[in-house]
Structure formats: structure tokens, C-alpha cells
Design a protein around this ligand. Structure first.
Ligand code: 6PG
Length: 220
């Protein structure tokens, strides 16, 4: 597992490494669509800001999907789409943006988003991790971990808001590449458990970890 863990000095280093990795993926697949799945939460914000400066990338050949979404309007400050739009999407104008219509309700939106996920491989998935080891909206001990499809509605998420839509472990495990970003001492325990495979973020075989030193399990 250690070979998939990169520990970098600061959160800024994690953001810049992640942005570089996304850029390399887009360039390497220039002739066909790159399907990039964005993480929600606050950790990826800086990565998206740095990515938005890379205007020369062939953004027109990029499809954007989301790993999860809260059941709020896309204009809500809680919306993962809004965060990605503000920091990245409205600056680089990707060819296709598949927003999760979570404002329609968790189950309805999950049903609508399933064929979007199914239509082609996911080239690169960015994920965050919560202090409890959740990723996307896949929470420890939650029934959604056994969801059979590629998307699922979540109704009692321990992290507010309670209603969400998420890609499932099956969807995340199908991706060509998964990179989990973690920064901050509050994530150290979750990263340790993730590397041990005992929390949802650790249940995606082959996932790579980009972790700042303060979030690294052996950080003193
Ligand atoms: C969400 C995210 C969630 C997030 C983690 C980490 O919609 O809440 O998808 O999985 O990645 O909770 O959040 P922070 O990056 O804000 O710590």
C-alpha cells in the first residue's frame, strides 16, 4: 500500500500535485474524451483553482462528472457543483459537464445519473476523505456501501445535509485511476484507517493517496 501513498509537505503541494496529475491525464488522452470525476468538500478547492489557470489544456475534450452531491440547489453554498463551477468550470468551460441533479431528490437524481456514469469508463476520479473515513457520500457502516448499482441515494448521511447522491463503491472501483486527497491533522486517523482498508475511502483497490505531512499517519 505504501507505494500508492505520496506524502507532500503542505496542502498547497497536494493541490499542485493533484492539478498536475489531472493536467497530465487530460493531455495524455487528447484524442478522445477524458472523463474526469470531481470531488466535493473543501479539500479539492485549491486544486481546482490551480487547474483553472491551465487554460491551454484541451478542456473542450473533457467531460466532468461528480463523485457525489448534496440534495440542495446548484446555487446553494453547500453544492459541490457550485464549488467546482466557481473555482474551475466557469473559467475553463469543459466540453461536457454532467451535473448531478440532486435538487430533484436523492433517489430520483441517482436514477437519472446512473446512465451518465455507465456510458463510458471513468478515466480519473478525485476523492476527498472525511475524518470518519467516508469518501464521496459513502459513510462507514452505511447500507449504501452495498449498493448494487453505479449511483445511489443517501438519506441519513452523518455529514449534513442528510440527503445526498453518490457514486457507489462499484462505480469507484471501475475507474481507471482513483486519487484520494487528504490534508490537515484532522484527517490523520482516517488516512491511517484508509490505508488499512477499514473505512470506505480504503475500499477502492489501487487507489492512490496524495496526503500532506500533517495528515500522514506517521506524522508526529
Ligand atoms: C461531500 C464530499 C465528502 C468530502 C469529505 C471531505 O460532499 O461532503 O464529497 O466526501 O470529500 O467529507 O471534506 P473536506 O474536503 O471538506 O474535508
Amino acid at each position: 500500500m505504501a507505494e500508492r501513498l505520496r506524502v507532500l509537505p503542505t496542502a498547497e503541494d497536494v493541490a499542485s500535485d493533484a492539478a498536475k496529475l489531472v493536467a497530465e491525464t487530460i493531455v495524455s488522452r487528447r484524442i478522445v474524451w477524458t472523463r474526469l470525476v470531481l470531488a466535493g468538500g473543501s479539500t479539492p478547492r485549491r486544486c481546482y483553482e490551480l487547474l483553472s489557470e491551465k487554460r491551454s489544456l484541451p478542456w473542450g475534450s473533457v467531460s466532468i462528472l461528480f463523485g457525489d452531491e448534496r440534495c440542495v440547489p446548484p446555487t446553494d453554498t453547500d453544492s459541490n457543483y457550485r464549488m467546482a463551477d466557481e473555482t474551475l468550470l466557469h473559467r475553463v468551460h469543459p466540453g461536457l459537464v454532467y451535473r448531478i441533479p440532486a435538487e430533484l431528490g436523492a433517489d430520483e437524481a441517482a436514477k437519472l445519473y446512473e446512465p451518465v456514469v455507465a456510458m463510458a469508463p471513468l478515466d480519473l476520479v478525485l476523492l476527498g476523505i472525511g475524518p470518519d473515513g467516508h469518501t464521496a457520500s459513502l459513510f462507514p457502516g452505511h447500507a449504501v456501501l452495498n449498493a448494487p448499482g453505479l449511483t445511489a441515494g443517501v438519506h441519513d448521511a452523518p455529514k449534513p445535509p442528510p440527503d445526498r447522491v453518490t457514486l457507489t463503491l462499484r462505480a469507484l472501483r471501475s475507474a481507471r485511476r482513483v486519487v484520494i486527497l487528504a490534508t490537515g491533522a484532522d484527517k490523520r486517523d482516517a488516512v491511517r484507517k484508509g490505508l488499512e482498508g477499514t473505512v470506505p475511502a480504503g475500499m477502492i483497490a489501487g487507489a492512490e493517496w496524495l496526503v500532506s505531512r500533517d495528515a500522514a499517519p506517521d506524522a508526529r
